[in-house]
Design a protein around this ligand. Structure first.
Ligand code: FES
Length: 109
């Protein structure tokens, strides 16, 4: 898939997100979750599509998925698709680029 991103926004440093964890960041009016899966970074909206739960507090899994701590729905961090119920609506994911120690997110993609 070709991504067309005109604006990359620095969200955090690579050191801000430990491996196999997520962190929440407020940037440009977005509440984002940034995840680190074995040195690969992913970004999504932080709010679970099923309810009021922060995905950055979820369980990051090696197959590039996150499991919500509230009711255990699973989402792909690559596509946002639902991998396990009870959620039925995908989460929004954003393209990520690492430039040196900066994690950049394409918010307008
Ligand atoms: S709030 Fe995330 S699975 Fe229910």
């Amino acid at each position: 898939m070709t991504e067309t991103v005109t604006t990359w926004t620095r969200v955090c440093s690579t050191d801000d997100v430990p491996d196999a964890e997520g962190r929440r960041f407020e940037v440009s009016g977005h509440t984002l979750a940034v995840f680190n899966v074995d040195g690969e970074y992913f970004a999504s909206d932080d709010m679970c599509s099923h309810g009021e739960s922060s995905l950055s507090e979820g369980y990051v899994e090696p197959d590039c998925a996150v499991e919500c701590i509230a009711h255990m729905a699973r989402f792909s961090l690559r596509t946002g698709e639902v991998l396990a119920p009870p959620a039925t609506t995908p989460i929004k994911v954003y393209p990520v680029r690492v430039d040196g120690a900066d994690v950049l997110v394409g918010l307008d993609a």
